[in-house]
Design a binder for this molecule. Structure first.
Ligand SMILES: Cc1cc2nc3c(=O)[nH]c(=O)nc-3n(C[C@H](O)[C@H](O)[C@H](O)COP(=O)(O)OP(=O)(O)OC[C@H]3O[C@@H](n4cnc5c(N)ncnc54)[C@H](O)[C@@H]3O)c2cc1C
Length: 392
C-alpha cells in the first residue's frame, strides 16, 4: 500500500490543532480571534495574500492598485510559534482519519474550519465560460483592466466604425451589487477619464449595458434601493435592461433571450457564484448548489470535527429560513462566533448559537452616488465616501 506523504515542517503539537482552510474574510477572522489561545492554529490558502473582494471593481476600472486591496498572510502570522501559515491548495478531506489532502501532502487536524468561499457560476453555459470575463480574484480584476485598456487602444487605431464600437462596448451581466458598481464605474470612466486620454475619440459611441434577468436591480436590497440605483445608472448613461437573460456570447456578440444582439468584445459576468467543492464530505452535507449544510454552531453534522463558515456554509435559522446572504458580514460574524465557541471548549463554557446581526448594506454607483439599506432605514446618498464602512 502506498504510504501517505505529509506536509513537511508542521509538527503535531501535544495540544489541539485548529486547521483553517481559506484565508478570506471568514478564515482569516478565525485565525485572528484564536491568536494567543491554547490551540495551534494552522491556516492554508492557495494564495499567500488576502483579497478584499468588494473593491475588485476599483482595480478593474483603474481606480485602485491591486496592492491597495491585498495584504500578505505572513504579516498576521509572523512572530508566533502557535500560528502557522502555508500556501497550499486544498484537495479533499478524510473525515475518518481527521486529515486533509493538499497539493504538498496530508495534514492532520483536531478541528477543521472550511472557509474556501465560492467561485463564479456560469450555469453550464460553456460559450460564456470561455469568452466572458469573471471577477472573483484580483488576477481576474487585473485581466479585465488590461482587456478594457487594450480594447480602447485598438479602437483608437481603427477607422472601421463597426469594429470600433464592438471594441468600445461593455456588457455587464448581473444586476447585483457587483454588476451595479462596475457598470457605474465604467460609465464614469467613459465620462471623465477616457476623453482626457483619447481626446479625438467619440465616446458617445461607446455603450455600457447592464443586463439583469429579474425584474429589478439589487435583489438582496430594498425595493427603494433597487429603483434608485436604476435611476442613478440611467443618469450616468448606462443602458439597463431588466428581465433580460443572456443566452450566448461568442466573444463578438452578446445574445439576449428577448432577441437583442449587442456587438461587444467585453462581457463581464457578475451573475452568479457557486460554492467551491469540498471532496470527501458525505453527500448529505451538500445542498444541490454545493453549499455545505451546517447547524447553528457552524458544525457539519455529517462530519464530526468539521465546521464550515462564510460563503461556503448554508445555515437555516428562524430569521433566515432560506440561509444567509453570501456577504462579508455573515462570514466575519460566523468566524467570530465559532472562535468564541472554540475558546469556550477550553473553559468548559456553553456554546453559543449563531445569530446574524444585519448591520446594513450599501452599493456605490460611481464616485458620488450610493444606495444604503440600514436595518430600519433605507436611503440614497450623493456623497457616499463617509459611509464606506458599510461596504463590508
Ligand atoms: C466582486 C465582489 C464584490 C463583492 N462586494 C461585496 C460587498 O460590497 N459587501 C459584502 O458584504 N460582500 C461583498 N462580496 C461578497 C464577499 O466578498 C464574500 O461574501 C466574502 O468574501 C466571503 O468570505 P469567505 O471567507 O467565505 O470567502 P472568500 O473571501 O472567498 O475566501 C475564500 C478563500 O479561500 C481560498 N481558497 C479557495 N479555494 C481554495 C482551495 N482549494 N485551497 C486553498 N484555498 C482556497 C481563496 O484563495 C480565498 O482566500 C463581494 C464579492 C465579490 C466577488
Amino acid at each position: 500500500m502506498e504510504t501517505k506523504k505529509y506536509v513537511q515542517g508542521i509538527p503535531k503539537p501535544s495540544y489541539q490543532r485548529v486547521l483553517i482552510v481559506g484565508g478570506g474574510f471568514a478564515g482569516l477572522k478565525v485565525a485572528r480571534e484564536l491568536k494567543g489561545s491554547a490551540y495551534q492554529v494552522v491556516m492554508i490558502d492557495k494564495n499567500n495574500y488576502h483579497q478584499f473582494q468588494p473593491l475588485y471593481y476599483q482595480v478593474a476600472t483603474s481606480g485602485l492598485e491591486p496592492s491597495a486591496i491585498a495584504f500578505p498572510f505572513r504579516k498576521v502570522f509572523k512572530r508566533d510559534d502557535k500560528m502557522l501559515f502555508r500556501m497550499l491548495e486544498f484537495k479533499q478531506v478524510d473525515v475518518e482519519a481527521r486529515e486533509i489532502e493538499t497539493d504538498a501532502g496530508w495534514l492532520a487536524y483536531d478541528y477543521l474550519v472550511l472557509a474556501i468561499g465560492a467561485d463564479t457560476h456560469f450555469f453550464g453555459m460553456e460559450n460564456i465560460r470561455k469568452h466572458a470575463t469573471p471577477m472573483k480574484t484580483i488576477s481576474e480584476a487585473l485581466f479585465l483592466r488590461n482587456k478594457l485598456i487594450s480594447n480602447f487602444e485598438a479602437a483608437y487605431n481603427t477607422d472601421d466604425l463597426q469594429k470600433r464600437e464592438s471594441l468600445l462596448n461593455v456588457v455587464v451581466v448581473g444586476g447585483g451589487p457587483t454588476g451595479v458598481e462596475l457598470a457605474g464605474a465604467i460609465a464614469e470612466m467613459r465620462r471623465d477619464a477616457l476623453p482626457l486620454d483619447y481626446p479625438t475619440m467619440d465616446w458617445k459611441r461607446m455603450r455600457v449595458c447592464l443586463l439583469e434577468a429579474s425584474p429589478r436591480l439589487l435583489n438582496g436590497m430594498s425595493e427603494a434601493s433597487g429603483q434608485k440605483s436604476l435611476a442613478f445608472l440611467e443618469k450616468l448613461g448606462v443602458d439597463v435592461t431588466l428581465n433580460a437573460a443572456v443566452k450566448d456570447f461568442d466573444g463578438e456578440h452578446v445574445l439576449v433571450a428577448d432577441g437583442q444582439k449587442i456587438a461587444a468584445k467585453t462581457l463581464i459576468w457578475a451573475a452568479g457564484v457557486r460554492a467551491n467543492p469540498v471532496p470527501g464530505l458525505p453527500e448529505e452535507a451538500f445542498l444541490p448548489n454545493g453549499r455545505v449544510r451546517v447547524n447553528r454552531f457552524n458544525q457539519v453534522e455529517a462530519a464530526p470535527g468539521v465546521y464550515a463558515i462564510g460563503d461556503l456554509a448554508y445555515m437555516e435559522t428562524p430569521k433566515f429560513s432560506k440561509g444567509h446572504p453570501q456577504v462579508a458580514q455573515v462570514a466575519i460574524q460566523q468566524a467570530k462566533n465559532l472562535s468564541y465557541n472554540f475558546r469556550s471548549l477550553l473553559k468548559e463554557r456553553r456554546w453559543e448559537e449563531f445569530e446574524y446581526k444585519d448591520l446594513g448594506s450599501m452599493a456605490t454607483v460611481g464616485q458620488k452616488l450610493a444606495v444604503v439599506d440600514l436595518p430600519y432605514l433605507s436611503f440614497q446618498a450623493l456623497s457616499p465616501g463617509w459611509c464606506g464602512f458599510l461596504c463590508i
